[in-house]
Design a protein around this ligand. Structure first.
Ligand code: PMP
Length: 633
């Protein structure tokens, strides 16, 4: 790209009137030159006698890019306060006599460039005192679609200059007071930052000056001056700040984002449930059939599970007081971990406060920037977030497509990696091809991890999950699960070999830094897990209910099939899915419309989630009503 450096200076009666710098692309050069001429000729200080424009072509490799100095503002009401702020700045630079430096700044008034001052001896180092030293040949990086701005923006120009100067060899800081009689804001800058000082002089005063503070052997002076006057610099990340304009509306972005979501049918609201979560719930003053809950085995409202929670609370209190590694490890946590490990036929287990944290905490601890993670396109958000947090490279393969995964594995080099997938996909209710998944992980030496949020208590002859579903043919290295779905409480867990669990206990940040789950949660989850094993008929009834419900929907013209508790009913359009869900609500059915970003845009759906406690009458009514509403809307 061809770029030019433009420099404009104008003067009257041999006194500087105005000056400006730009670095522009060739196509913008003529317009920018015209703008600079106009600016130099029409200065409020009156007609000029002399104006020069210097245009120089720059080579790309000559340009140095710098990030704008961080900006802070020191509010001062008087020039005395402003000078105090400058004194503090100088003292922080280790300058013994700040007052003397400020006197030099006053004396610099009328100089065309800046004083180059030895910060320690206060010796003047500029070769020509009347001219001073100039910082030139710099500009800020512009957005490609940014409209041209003719007017002078003191702040922007000063920040660009100060950023260049702060990076000059041997320069430790800069002080500046504008000579514009209307502009009383000055600044003090160093590589540590640009401090705007809102008042440094009296309004109406034409006095202004600039000092570059030099520290080091004077042999370096030519190098410093050469950099200041010749090195082309483009400063990135300069955003205009108009001190006189009202403060920006900090809530604007949030308001506009929500408005856009509303107009796209993506806005989310809460519905309040006024009873325990079961197959029938009370909300908005009316009993409704619950077809959206993840409590597939209806343990949350089970009398024995509730009692376990109450008893644990009565004995151990409401909270745990700290993380597991401090005060928060109790008998219920240990018992539950042991029971989960046994249930999943694993060596060991580790609890997390939510399923989300279990995924986040395990994946981010196991993987790092040097790793590659292979992740199913429809994995749950908590897996995706864990992958992102780890910093690993993420390779997404087509949903449950083992050929695409094999292809991705063949063409992706890695030293260490993870293969991760939902066991039962949360929005589609379909089941991972576990044997192929594990085979591929083994073939390539990857850790394999499966999220059993929706498979625990649902699939496998006795509800043990995906390994049982495939009759123990295949077993991933890491089984993740939640207590929040079939087990009716809240929390997450990881099961696997002792080595894995020890590692996570020591490395997983959500485990280490979050207060552990309350005793009631652990105790009720444990009770639910026991009941799941002593009452396996719940799992069978659930499966039977799903079959019945799908048959009814199919009979009503909505072909559906599911081997899990999740029955997706396609709608497509986001807004229509909301209208359908609202209408079903009016007719006494709680059913969620699942929309982007949970599923892809245009793939909105109703997600029916069944429970073992639904009656056939409830399911018959619900399937008929759903079919009716979809036909009507
Ligand atoms: N994984 C999957 C597949 C899920 O569906 C969910 C919950 N929606 C989670 C993890 C997170 O679990 P929890 O709700 O317990 O945080």
């Amino acid at each position: 790209m061809i770029r030019y450096s433009l420099k404009m200076r104008s003067s009257a009666a041999s006194k500087h009137v105005s000056g400006s710098e730009k670095i522009v692309e060739a196509s913008d050069a003529p317009r920018s030159i015209a703008d600079l001429v106009e600016r130099g000729m029409t200065h409020p200080r009156g007609p000029v006698d002399f104006l020069s424009i210097k245009v120089e072509r720059l080579q790309d490799e000559e340009i140095r890019y710098l990030d704008a100095l961080p900006v802070s503002t020191i509010q001062t009401k008087t020039s005395r306060e402003g000078r105090d702020a400058m004194r503090t700045f100088l003292r922080n630079l280790g300058i013994a006599s700040p007052d003397k430096v400020l006197r030099e700044l006053d004396a610099a008034s009328g100089m065309r460039g800046a004083v180059l001052l030895d910060a320690d001896t206060l010796e003047h180092l500029e070769p020509d005192h009347a001219r001073g030293v100039r910082a030139t040949c710099m500009d800020r990086e512009r957005e490609c679609d940014e409209p041209p701005c003719k007017s002078k923006n003191h702040f922007v120009e000063a920040l660009v200059l100060a950023t260049k100067v702060a990076h000059a060899p041997h320069i430790i800081g800069e002080l500046c007071i504008s000579d514009d009689p209307d502009y009383v804001t000055g600044y003090a800058a160093s590589t540590a930052g640009y401090r705007r000082i809102t008042c440094v002089k009296e309004k109406g005063s034409e006095n202004g000056g600039r000092i570059f503070l030099y520290r080091g052997d004077h042999e370096g002076v030519p190098e410093t001056i050469d950099y200041l006057e010749r090195q082309a610099v483009i400063v990135r990340g300069v955003t205009p700040l108009n001190a006189d304009a009202p403060l920006p509306d900090k809530w604007k972005y949030l308001r506009e984002t929500l408005d856009a979501m509303r107009s796209q049918g993506l806005y989310r609201t809460l519905r309040r449930m006024d009873s325990a979560q079961s197959s029938e719930v009370l909300c908005d003053g009316r009993k409704r059939i619950m077809l959206a809950s993840n409590h597939y085995l209806d343990f949350s409202s089970d009398e024995r599970v509730r009692r376990a929670a109450v008893q644990a609370t009565e004995t151990f209190g409401a909270g745990s007081g700290g993380s597991r590694l401090t005060t928060g490890n109790g008998v219920w946590h240990e018992r539950l971990e042991k029971a989960l490990a046994d249930f999943k036929a694993s060596e060991s287990a580790l609890l997390f406060n939510t399923g989300y944290e279990a995924n986040l905490g395990a994946i981010s601890a196991l993987m790092d920037r040097s790793c590659v993670i292979f992740s199913d396109a429809l994995n749950h958000a908590s897996i995706i977030d864990g992958c992102r947090l780890s910093g690993a490279r993420i390779v997404v393969y087509r949903h449950n497509d083992m050929e695409d995964l094999a292809h991705a594995l063949r063409r992706t080099p890695f030293k260490r990696g993870l293969l991760v997938s939902d066991a039962v996909f949360s929005m589609g209710g379909d089941i991972l091809d576990l044997p192929s998944f594990v085979r591929l992980a083994e073939k390539y030496g990857l850790l394999s991890m499966v999220d059993e949020a929706h498979s625990t208590g649902v699939i496998g002859k006795h509800g043990h999950g995906i390994v049982e579903h495939f009759n123990g043919q295949a077993r991933p290295d890491i089984l993740m699960g939640t207590l929040s779905k079939s087990l009716g409480a809240e929390g997450g867990f990881i099961c696997g070999r002792e080595l894995l669990i020890n590692y996570l206990r020591n490395k997983s940040r959500p485990f280490i830094f979050s207060t552990s789950m309350p005793p009631a949660t652990a105790a009720s989850s444990l009770k639910a897990l026991e009941l799941l094993q002593t009452e396996p008929e719940r799992v069978r009834t659930l499966r039977d209910n799903v079959r019945f419900f799908c048959e009814r929907l199919t009979d009503a013209g909505l072909p559906t099939h599911s081997e899990t508790a999740i029955v997706p009913i396609a709608v497509g359009d986001e807004k229509r899915s909301l209208r359908v869900a609202d209408e079903l609500w009016r007719r006494g059915i709680v059913l969620s419309a699942i929309r982007y970003p949970t599923v892809r845009r245009g793939e909105a759906r109703l997600r029916a989630a069944l429970m073992s406690s639904h009656t056939k009458a409830q399911l018959a009514f619900a399937s008929k009503t759903i079919a009716d509403v979809l036909r009507e809307l």
